[in-house]
Design a protein around this ligand. Structure first.
Ligand SMILES: NC(=O)c1ccc[n+]([C@@H]2O[C@H](COP(=O)([O-])OP(=O)(O)OC[C@H]3O[C@@H](n4cnc5c(N)ncnc54)[C@H](OP(=O)(O)O)[C@@H]3O)[C@@H](O)[C@H]2O)c1
Length: 332
């Protein structure tokens, strides 16, 4: 496993990290969750990503139990705040009240005194940015959070935050967590150039497009049994990518992967890691063998000719519009 700096900070993260959205506390049983975490640790993954909202807070509990007994200094634990964790109007968003309450819940569920990275899961249009950033800064001073970042913020929102942090002397953002894969490249035009200039990294989610880039979803055929597309919680998220044009083009990537001696999942994870602004690719998994397959992408170099072949195969199904980075207008 290779390691990269998180933004301009001194923190190193494993370039492949393990995330538990959809899976822990929901799609997979606790035993399978533990086996995946064990496989991740055995393969050299040290960075783990979760969120208060995953599986209605159960995902953090499962991860906390799975990591219990592992030397804390050998782990980087990331979590997030924004999406609703309860029914009340203050159980969501980035207000001082919700952030403070949510981080305490996360620390309890994860069974740790601090998280390494705390991320604003979306931009909250109903809370002054100063309030959010001041609260994040306070958590850093209190030692409950070591670094702060955001997720799915656009370039303008990140710029606003950096300006306030610099003016007020608050801790600066070190990272953004966007969706990024061969199929979804909306950060490339604006977020990545800004981040490179300002010293933020991307920690990217769904690098294999939730399983689509493994090639296991075949055009014109029902999804394989037990896959995310058949899961009640996960099926809705993956469905927009399951159209025959996308799936046919993905099948045509198979010879490229085969020529390189890579599995399709390895090719997909290696592809996001070619972008030097990416500090880590967060992989999900329902089975330990998926973890063991995908981690072999660490350290793989893809040359310009391979990247061009991939672009030629995928053609117009690649999404590049920076306007597709959106946070809800109102808190959900
Ligand atoms: N910040 C955000 O808003 C946000 C949003 C989404 C995710 N995330 C983070 O990113 C993490 C990863 O997201 P993701 O789970 O969508 O990532 P992903 O790695 O693109 O997809 C993972 C899923 O693909 C399937 N898969 C993985 N490896 C495979 C292999 N080798 N062969 C066949 N199938 C394979 C598995 O599902 P099946 O076995 O069920 O098919 C697995 O659960 C999350 O856990 C979370 O930490 C963040």
């Amino acid at each position: 496993m290779e390691f990269r700096h998180l933004g301009r900070s001194g923190l190193m993260v494993s370039e492949i990290s393990y995330g538990n959205w959809i899976t822990h506390g929901s799609q997979v049983e606790e035993d399978a969750a533990r086996e995946c975490v064990r496989a991740a640790l055995d393969e050299g993954i040290t960075t783990f990503d979760t969120a208060d909202v995953y599986a209605g807070t159960k995902a953090e509990e499962v991860l906390g139990r799975a990591l219990k007994g592992v030397r804390r200094e050998s782990l980087e634990i990331f979590t997030k705040v924004y999406w609703p964790t309860g029914a009340g109007p203050n159980d969501r968003g980035l207000s001082r009240k919700h952030i403070t309450e949510s981080v305490h819940g996360s620390l309890r569920r994860l069974q740790t005194d601090y998280v390494d990275l705390y991320q604003a899961h979306r931009f909250d249009n109903e809370t002054p940015l100063e309030e959010t950033l001041k609260t994040f800064d306070d958590l850093v001073r209190q030692g409950k959070v070591l670094y702060v970042g955001v997720s799915e913020w656009n370039a303008d929102q990140i710029s606003q935050a950096l300006k306030i942090a610099d003016e007020m002397g608050f801790d600066r953002l070190v990272s953004n967590q966007p969706q990024y894969s061969m199929l979804w490249r909306v950060i490339e035009a604006e977020v990545v150039p800004l981040s490179e200039k300002e010293g933020l990294s991307q920690i990217v989610w769904s690098p294999i497009a939730q399983g689509v880039l493994t090639g296991k979803y075949l055009p014109g055929q029902p999804p394989p049994a037990g896959s995310r597309a058949t899961d009640p919680a996960g099926g809705g998220f993956i469905s927009r990518m399951l159209n025959d044009d996308v799936l046919t083009r993905v099948q045509n990537l198979k010879p490229i992967a085969a020529d390189l001696g890579l599995s399709m999942a390895q090719l997909a994870v290696a592809w996001v890691l070619q972008n030097p602004n990416v500090a880590s690719a967060i992989i999900g998994a329902t089975k330990p063998e998926q973890v063991r397959d995908n981690v072999k992408a660490s350290g793989v170099k893809l040359d310009a000719e391979v990247l061009k072949k991939i672009d030629d195969v995928l053609g117009p199904v690649v999404e590049r519009d920076p306007a597709k980075t959106v946070s809800p207008e109102k808190r959900p």
